[in-house]
Design a protein around this ligand. Structure first.
Ligand code: SF4
Length: 250
């Protein structure tokens, strides 16, 4: 990979998401520290303390997060696991919230940082909501077992596609990696971690037969619980990414 890839443009060459993961970590992880742009509280999940971090291993065309995803060198400051956990808990306490999360990116990059934060928030009566695209979790077979060591965690795995082609077209990652999020689901079930599945099945983006395939593939993993089906909202960042990649859905 010659240049660090930003948002997809028409005619893009699919990339290796594992290589992008490593390349992104070089920019946003330093020891047990990770780059964040902000810490704040929002109303989703009934109220949650949020650390807005930097860096992802996918390039979804519908992604709403800040351009820190595409240009990680330009955004954020490094926070140790200790400092990030302190801010997350302090903000939650101030609002009397009992949930916290790392958002704005893929939280499962920088494993040392994530596990360091989880170590420090454990036992405080706060649930950590771990929203992931399932790529690191599906690739690193030990990750799910490591998460199982924390009782106050709930994972939300967001599946982006139900076929090799759909995965490549809408995340930009090579299609042969499309099954990693399904492996993540299998790993979480085997490890006994609390989780649920979300899926970007917006019909403006995902054809009906691909959605059927996604549901079939999910059933094959043994998952029979609730699926949170997502819709694409017209955030400014999403509109730019969709336009640049040649998607006309709004
Ligand atoms: S939608 Fe999520 S997984 Fe996709 S690029 Fe954005 S942050 Fe990464």
């Amino acid at each position: 990979m010659q240049e660090y890839p930003a948002y997809l443009t028409k005619g893009f060459t699919p990339y290796d998401p594992i290589e992008l993961w490593r390349l992104t970590e070089e920019k946003v992880c330093r020891g047990d520290a990770r780059k964040y742009t902000d810490f704040y509280c929002v109303g989703v999940y009934g109220g949650i303390s949020t650390g807005y971090t930097v860096g992802c291993c996918l390039r979804c065309v519908f992604c709403w997060v800040n351009f820190s995803r595409d240009f990680p060198d330009k955004y954020g400051d490094f926070y140790s696991a200790e400092e990030a956990a302190r801010r997350l808990v302090k903000n939650a306490r101030k609002k009397r919230f009992t949930k916290l999360r790392i958002s704005g990116a893929e939280p499962m990059l920088c494993k040392k940082h994530l596990l360091g934060v989880l170590d420090r928030v454990a036992g405080k009566g706060i649930t950590f909501i771990l929203e992931t695209n399932g790529i690191p979790l599906g690739y690193d077979a030990r990750y799910a077992t490591e998460l199982a060591g924390y009782s106050d965690i709930h994972v939300r795995v967001s599946i982006k596609a139900g076929s090799l082609r759909g995965f490549e077209d809408r995340t930009g990652a090579r299609g042969d990696f499309w099954e990693l999020p399904f492996r993540a689901v299998e790993g979480l079930m085997q490890a006994g971690v609390s989780f649920h599945v979300a899926a970007m099945t917006d019909p403006r983006l995902m054809p009906r037969d691909e959605r059927r395939n996604l549901l079939r593939r999910l059933r094959e993993t043994g998952y029979t619980d609730w699926i949170e089906e997502e819709a694409c909202d017209p955030y400014r960042t999403s509109l730019v990414r969709l336009r640049e990649a040649g998607f006309d859905i709004f």
